[in-house]
Write a protein that binds this ligand. Structure first.
Ligand code: IPE
Ligand code: IPE
Ligand code: MG
Length: 244
């Protein structure tokens, strides 16, 4: 057990639609809008307490299967938010990054994303990665293809394909693996998020719906993380021995 702040926190921001319904809104969109506020507050809080990497699941590859009206609304919220939140990112020294199939996003989103990433590129306090049109399986297939091509081109030997070599071909090549993954809304599944990278991540599932998520919930998740013992396949005794 150690009380070190997790270096990398990943969040599956779930429950926007259910929140909107519970509040009596006629569409799910209001939930997504308030979800942006929850993200702003969480990112600010995380950077304040010393988290170095925050990676949030904003839109999955599978979310393209939702009704067009919801997808369009989500994309326009994304454009608006990137524009509006630049100040918050700069004030808090947050560098924006993205993972996922960005090419499939509407042109306006790609442009805003590129500009915000560029504008925040020298910020040092925390890296905020938006997973957009992201799927873990798709990411692994993409990496496998790149590796296969390197082998075919004679630039890589099959025996040299290792954990590290593979990780370098993923979109998260410049991020450490997440220490803690939080999912809101009470669902207890990964839904294709960072499936390679989370092999030894501590998972915390919270009943709170994403628009209601605040620093109190992040603090509770970190407290739970601190109560876990990360053994990496070893025994408790071995871990005690290595400390003394
Ligand atoms: C998460 O909330 C946001 C996205 C997937 C874009 P949902 O929209 O999945 O909300 P619920 O799970 O239906 O309540
Ligand atoms: C996962 O939530 C994706 C995001 C939070 C962006 P979903 O609501 O899409 O996941 P499922 O369908 O309940 O597994
Ligand atoms: Mg959901």
């Amino acid at each position: 057990m150690s009380n070190v702040v997790p270096k990398h926190i990943a969040i599956i921001m779930d429950g926007n639609g259910r929140w909107a319904k519970l509040q009596g809104f006629s569409t799910r969109i209001r939930g997504h809008e308030i979800g942006v506020t929850a993200l702003r507050n969480s990112a600010t809080y995380a950077s304040e307490i010393g988290v170095k990497f925050l990676t949030v699941y904003a839109f999955s590859e599978e979310n393209w299967g939702r009704p067009k009206s919801e997808i369009d609304a989500l994309m326009s919220i994304l454009v608006r938010s990137l524009n509006k939140e630049l100040d918050t990112l700069q004030k808090n020294g947050i560098r924006l990054n993205s993972i996922g199939n960005i090419d499939s996003l509407p042109k306006k989103c790609r442009k805003e994303l590129k500009e915000t990433i560029q504008a925040t590129s020298s910020n040092k306090s925390m890296t905020l990665t938006l997973a957009l049109s992201y799927g873990g399986r798709q990411e692994i297939i993409h990496a496998a293809k790149k590796i296969a091509k390197k082998v075919l081109d004679g630039n890589l030997q099959i025996e040299d394909i290792s954990d590290d070599v593979f990780s370098q071909e993923l979109s998260t090549y410049n991020l450490p693996d997440p220490d803690l993954m939080i999912r809101t809304s009470g669902e207890q599944r990964i839904s294709n998020f960072l499936i390679w990278q989370s092999s030894y991540t501590e998972l915390v599932f919270l009943p709170v719906l994403w628009p209601d998520f605040s620093s109190i919930h992040m603090e509770a998740a970190i407290t739970e993380y601190h109560e876990r013992q990360r053994r990496w396949g070893k025994t408790t005794e071995q871990l005690k021995d290595s400390k003394s």
